[in-house]
Design a protein. Structure first.
Length: 130
């Protein structure tokens, strides 16, 4: 499958979603990432809405971990705050796009692990590496 075909399939399946209440951030995402041009927009993220999708916007980690990918708007300096901002203010503050995949780390105890893994952890000096 070519990348163009893959994009068409993902778009048809509604794979992309923007989560933001800021019109300038939505416009910035759409301008910088054409794959979000036709994406639906919601102001509040839910697990059901973001699960398994490529999401544009800034999400809490527990929701970002449910996404296939998060495309975040970041700033080199302090982001504009206090009032609604526009494209000019965003660019002046160094707005840029950063892509993330987030994975939740599940804590394990010795009781959760097989004996051979416990032995390997003991050799490594920590269960934290597993």
């Amino acid at each position: 499958m070519t990348s163009k075909e893959l994009y068409a399939v993902q778009r048809a399946a509604g794979a992309r979603l923007i989560v933001s209440r800021h019109p300038a951030a939505i416009a910035f995402l759409r301008a910088e990432c054409p794959e979000f041009r036709d994406a639906a927009v919601v102001e509040v993220a839910t697990a059901d809405a973001v699960g398994g999708r490529v999401v544009g916007g800034n999400l809490p980690l527990h929701l970002a971990a449910l996404c296939r990918e998060v495309v975040a708007v970041e700033f080199d300096g302090p982001p504009p705050r206090g009032a609604e901002y526009g494209d000019e203010e965003m660019r002046a503050a160094g707005a840029r796009i950063a892509r993330y995949t987030v994975h939740r780390v599940v804590e394990c105890t010795e009781e959760d692990l097989s004996p051979c893994v416990v032995d390997m952890c003991a050799e490594a000096g920590s269960l934290g590496d597993w």
